[in-house]
Design a protein around this ligand. Sequence first.
Ligand code: 6R9
Length: 651
Amino acid sequence: MSVQDVQKVKIPAGAEASSIDPAGYQRLYSDSITDPDAFWGREGQRLDWIEPYTRVKDTDFTLGQVSIKWFEDGVLNACVNCVDRHLPTRADQTAIIWEPDDPSEPARHITYAELSDQVNRMANVLLSQGVMRGDRVVIYLPMIPEAAFAMLACARIGAIHSVVFAGFSPDALSNRINDCEAKLVITADTAPRGGRRTALKANTDAALLHCSDRVRCLVIKHTGDQTTWIDGRDVDVLALMREVSPDCPPRPMHAEDPLFILYTSGSTGRPKGVVHSTGGYLVHVAMTFDTTFDWRDGEVFWCSADVGWVTGHSYIVYGPLANGGTSLMFEGVPTWPDAGRFWAVCDKHKVTHFYTAPTAIRALMGQGPEWVEKYDLSSLRILGTVGEPINPEAWHWYDTHVGKGRCPIVDTWWQTETGGHMLTSLPYAIEAKPGSATLPVFGVRPVVLDAATGEVIEGNGVEGVLAISDSWPGQMRTLWGDHQRFEEAYFQQYPGTYFTGDGCRRDEDGYYWITGRVDDVINVSGHRMGTAEIESALVAHAKVAEAAVVGYPHDLKGQGIYAYVTLMNDVPATDELRAELEGWVRAEIGPIARPDLIQWAPGLPKTRSGKIMRRILRKIAENDFGALGDISTLADPAVVEELIENRMNRG
Ligand code: 6R9
């Protein structure tokens, strides 16, 4: 039985029809892992294949010979699956809604017919610049539709795209261009964001000083701002797109040909180029977009991530478009012109699905519910979160004020490396528990391992580290140019499984709770604790907006607990409050969790995707801030200086 076959059920109490009911989930899940070939063989039919596959799964997790292949003899084109095949039925349907940074400027509604025209033209521009199958193209663009056109144009001609987040520095950009030996980079003149402008072309000029002079620079004139121009190297993309043919035959690709490389942070300074495949990746994101979000025709999906992150790849571009959906792309930020912008956009475009990160929810929660209440959010049907564990307070705020208690919330756990969702609740089928990513996606086999011995811990009510015991189609295939590092990073520590790097608990109901990266586990007087637990307690206090907890060397306890706390607006930072918070955590979790040091933090060091950079916080807490390592991915480096200046541990 495939997902589409599960009978649609009406669930009681006026709730909506659902594609999968609770019994349907259990049945499907157990089928999916009992016979993965049969399950994924059917799921593969979600795509259009030029040559059908006869083999489904061919994977080996054995150290020294790790090899992951899915649908290996199948031939397809990812762009055709996201664009061409929808034309007979959806030519006039909106594929992409684009909401600009400045709300007074008009939104764009790009139909599938227009998407096809633009992507074909962009593909012809790439061909005219000598881009061939297998060549790498770096995309350094703001959140504009041309970013999606560029990704799909690469897919159309078999080039491998590598999107670099527009907030990254010239250094980070040149490192990535060099690591994948890109033939060209696609950028824009400038990028408006929150009323300010980032000089992308100037950044690219700076980056290209450190790259081969054969690298071409394709420029989208987005704002029309003045930029430097190097004849012979720089190309005006939009002008060329008007000249070339709107017809570019798609290149038939093998399922295992790389679709894209996406760089993610590792523990060393060197970027880690995660490689995803054409066939398996697309099957996984097509399925999870449909099932996790209970997708239905005519709805409007908004994922607020940036296309520079995996979330943007899978759930702004490939997942929604493979399903013939309507995907909203937002150029701006949640708090400009004011803290109501997200909700204004939901209202304006009648968004049905809103998918964001807990950090954004906490930030908006700190601004008060009146910003949400100004807007009509009755179009919303499903809410989602991704990126980190959501603390129950933020979950309840999201549920009450945004979802009005009537929208299921899916908490999706996954990674750049996994391609798509791995653990998540399902609307109407898997009941949520605030803070838990709940149960595995079909075909995914999570296991909890003893961190020290690597043994599989069976049963419920257990805790350990999270690994995946067998492959799934969206799994990364290798690290670009370094298969050995791939094996070492993910398969060496716990042989025979893919190691996620996350800690987790499986509760009495079999629900998974991610306790944070394993390196975030601290050991205080012999007690192992996830820093997330203490943070969750701190942010439950009415005066606390955000908190980050790390360990630091402590003479008596081995590790002490160091908490960075951001207070709600206008709350004075006093010693009384510090004592109150210590007592609060002690009361919430127990005496063992009481922070030893609390530092008031006006801001926390975050990546542009909103992840707190704990490595930096650990260094400051250890009073060892001389070598902070690579801070190129920080959203606001000034935050770090402030924290160093006011550090609490000077011993
Ligand atoms: C998609 C994405 C991956 C890491 C992952 C985990 C954390 C992501 C989460 C979550 C708890 C969730 N994470 N989703 N933790 N609950 N729903 O974020 O990819 O940037 O590679 O980060 O993020 O620690 O290992 P990526």
